[in-house]
Design a protein around this ligand. Structure first.
Ligand SMILES: NC(=O)c1ccc[n+]([C@@H]2O[C@H](COP(=O)([O-])OP(=O)(O)OC[C@H]3O[C@@H](n4cnc5c(N)ncnc54)[C@H](O)[C@@H]3O)[C@@H](O)[C@H]2O)c1
Length: 434
């Protein structure tokens, strides 16, 4: 690395960056971890919605973060679609059974508890309904990415985020790279002009196939879709949304805004269940001569990589390091703390922001990154060029009100018919075929 791009802490420039950057997720650095505030509460309460693998881990991360900053955090409720999962998560944290809720409306009962903070990690299709309800109930929220599966869902997240701002509530998203020191260092350096203006790049989430479940004998369509959610676009958004959103989020963050159009392709080769594609390749046009190639694949036995690379007018960089300015520049990069890795740091930032009464709000960032991924998926499914305005402004567009069904509301009403397994969109035809 260029010697002048050193890691010396420069408090003034760090504050400026944090205030103005899309990396608002680190605003709490202003107060530092473990700072004692005048009105600082000693204790807060948290509840968990969606007690699967990530939800249970995210709750542990939140508890560890609280310990780190000297905050007592009590788990006061759990909720899941399935009774056994809600009960087990409750048992793990000494929550009485009366506060372990289950079923389609479990979130409503959970939000009636006196929890201050909600940690939620249900499948993405439920996020808009759950975030709206949490904000309406006056809760601070940590929500996993992605945050929607269709354009109306992503717009609902932005609106709920605006309401959270009015109510002084924090919303932090599980796009943890925005709380990861090496990404923050690069974001800072790029914003300070280290590689000039970004004009191109490539972002990847290419790896093997994920797990899948087959439908059990006599199992309802709803239970099947909940258990096998990573195979259905209606639940996950497809893997371009569910996984690749992380890399797309870095592109949007480093470039400073979402793309104007997406044109791409994809296909299905090996999956057995659900209706997702196996691979996507999308040209994201950010305008002003800047294009990013987005690619993602879930196919065993293929070469992989989960990274981002950017070319600027004055240098190049990887997302998480490897900054190579063409010319030496006098940019002092501050130190960014990362206690316990980004999965814990994101909760440190969330809790500190609540205690400092400067609530973080990442709703728009994560909604825009989710929307970008949805834009790529729509282009690959249809074979058409999709404009950002088609999803955000142009009500005449066939995609503005595109709503994937069964929706979260259908699950709550008990009106779920699972899409047939192995029947997928055929680009250029407007049809779905097996
Ligand atoms: N940030 C990251 O690196 C990361 C890593 C893994 C997963 N995730 C995200 O976390 C979320 C959950 O993923 P997971 O791996 O824990 O999946 P999972 O299947 O293990 O857990 C999901 C849980 O939600 C429950 N659920 C489903 N619908 C529900 C509803 N309507 N109400 C209440 N509970 C409901 C399920 O029963 C299940 O227990 C996803 O959005 C995923 O993309 C993020």
């Amino acid at each position: 690395m260029n010697k002048k791009l050193s890691a010396k802490t420069d408090e003034v420039s760090r504050r400026d960056f944090i205030k103005t950057s899309a990396a608002a997720g680190v605003a709490t650095l202003l107060s530092g971890t473990g700072t004692v505030f005048a009105q600082r509460p000693k204790k807060m309460r948290v509840c968990l919605l969606g007690c699967g693998g990530r939800g249970r881990d995210a709750l542990k991360n939140c508890l560890e973060a609280a310990k780190h900053i000297g905050l007592e955090l009590e788990v006061v409720g759990t909720a899941d679609w399935f009774k056994d999962r809600a009960m087990q998560a409750g048992k793990d944290h000494n929550v009485p059974e009366s506060r372990c809720f289950y079923g389609g409306d479990c979130y409503k009962k959970l939000f009636e508890t006196n929890a201050d903070v909600v940690v939620t990690a249900t499948p993405p299709s439920f996020r808009p309904v759950h975030l709206e309800a949490a904000i309406n109930a006056g809760k601070h929220v940590f929500m996993e990415k992605p945050v929607a599966v269709d354009p109306p869902g992503a717009r609902r997240i932005i609106q709920a985020g605006e309401l959270a701002k009015q109510k002084g509530l924090a919303v932090v998203a599980g796009t943890q790279r925005r709380h990861q020191a090496n990404y923050l260092r690069n974001a800072y350096a790029i914003k300070a002009g280290a590689i000039g203006k970004i004009v191109g790049g490539c972002i990847w989430w290419c790896g093997g196939a994920l797990w899948y479940k087959t439908k059990g004998q006599g199992e309802s369509d709803a239970d099947y879709m909940v258990r096998n959610w990573v195979s259905f676009a209606e639940m996950s958004g497809d893997h371009i949304v569910e996984q690749h959103v992380h890399n797309i989020d870095i592109a949007n963050w480093f470039i400073g805004h979402p793309p104007t159009t997406a044109l791409g392709f994809g296909g299905r080769a090996r999956r057995k269940t659900g209706d997702q594609f196996d691979f996507f390749s999308i040209d994201l046009d950010y305008g002003d001569g800047c294009r990013i190639h987005s690619m993602c694949r879930q196919v065993d036995g293929t070469d992989g990589g989960v990274r981002e690379f950017f070319t600027g007018t004055e240098g190049t960089t990887w997302g998480d390091g490897g900054l190579k300015p063409a010319k030496e520049k006098d940019i002092k990069i501050p130190d960014f703390p990362e206690y316990g890795g980004p999965y814990v740091q994101e909760h440190v930032d969330l809790l500190n922001s609540i205690l400092a009464e400067k609530p973080l709000n990442e709703a728009r960032n994560v909604a825009e990154s989710t929307m970008t991924a949805i834009m790529g998926r729509i282009s690959a499914y249809t074979g058409k060029l999709v404009r950002w305005s088609d999803l955000t402004e142009n009500k005449e567009s066939p995609w503005y009100n595109l709503t994937l069904k069964p929706s979260a509301e259908d699950f709550e009403k008990g009106e779920v018919v699972a899409p047939p397994d192995d029947v997928v969109s055929v680009p250029g035809t407007g049809e779905r075929r097996g």
